[in-house]
Design a protein around this ligand. Structure first.
Ligand code: SAM
Ligand code: GLN
Length: 261
């Protein structure tokens, strides 16, 4: 199929040229300029049709291009891991602020996904990181990103729940971060989100299951903890005496616990 016919077909299917360009770039490996200036260049029909069909059903463009810009870098992502969200960049900013203020040396993240959070922090600071996830794919992709950003010698990653894989290191860990699953079981999610892994999103009837388990499992004395929360989950943490801060859209977004002087 010629590029010009592919674009026409995409338009008929309601896809903006911008997205068709992204898909053609991905299939052909050609630049945007090449695609615009070579309308008669032949691309692989089958691959194009397959991706157009998927995209029509809400398949995330980030899984097609296998990447997502997060904080200051472009992270590799693929099916099986959550696509990092822009609002989560605030968690990175706050973590860096506390690391500098309290001179933190060792940090841990529960549920690394693509690794975007902990790797962004390691790039900006001289900390050592411990990361866990219950998903094999997340462990694999985090390792790829850690290599890409050359922090693999400072990032220890193990599969397992919460901080269980690093119980021996628990006493040394000064700061714990997580963007855990916090969506309620019955939530109606946008179509695109349905392509993302369930275990990255859902946390029981009220979306608080992960937090409850975590709080029951660990003694947080002497620690700093930063967790992303849903916009309606701030009160749960305020009642526990935690601090809650809002994101740039003015929604409750991060719960903070500090037991440091
Ligand atoms: N940190 C990544 C980000 O912000 O883009 C991914 C966050 S995603 C919302 C939550 C991640 O936690 C998923 O990768 C999921 O597999 C993992 N997860 C869920 N429950 C977990 C648990 N009990 N222990 C460790 N990881 C868990
Ligand atoms: N904010 C995510 C969403 O788009 C939820 C991520 C999470 O549960 N941590 O639904």
């Amino acid at each position: 199929m010629k590029i010009k016919d592919a674009l026409e077909l995409a338009r008929k299917n309601g896809l903006p040229d911008l997205e068709a360009h992204i898909i053609i770039r991905f299939i052909s490996g050609k630049s945007k300029e090449f695609i615009i200036s070579h309308p008669n260049f032949e691309i692989d029909d089958e691959k194009f049709l397959k991706l157009i069909e998927k995209r029509k059903n809400g398949y995330p463009i980030q899984y097609i291009v296998k990447g997502k810009e997060f904080y200051k870098n472009w992270f590799y992502v693929d099916e099986g891991v959550l696509i990092p969200r822009q609002e989560t960049e605030l968690l990175v900013e706050k973590a860096i602020e506390f690391i500098e203020k309290y001179n933190v040396k060792k940090i841990a993240e529960i549920g690394v996904g693509s690794g975007a959070i902990i790797i962004s922090i390691l790039i900006e600071t001289k900390t050592i990181g411990f990361g866990t996830d219950i998903s094999d794919k997340a462990i694999e992709i985090t390792k790829i990103n850690a290599k890409r950003f050359k922090v693999e010698d400072r990032l220890f990653i193990k599969k397992g729940p919460f901080l269980e894989p690093f119980v021996e290191n628990y006493n040394d860990i000064e700061l714990i971060i997580s963007n855990p699953p916090y969506v309620r079981e019955d939530a109606i999610l946008p179509r695109e989100v349905l392509w993302e892994p369930k275990e990255a999103l859902y946390a029981g009837k009220d979306g608080l299951e992960f937090y409850r388990k975590f709080l029951n499992m660990y003694d947080l004395s002497g620690k700093i903890v930063l967790m992303e929360i849903g916009h309606d989950q701030g009160d749960f943490f305020r009642k526990l005496g935690w601090n809650v801060i809002k994101d740039y859209s003015n929604n409750d977004r991060i719960a903070i616990f500090i037991d440091r002087r």
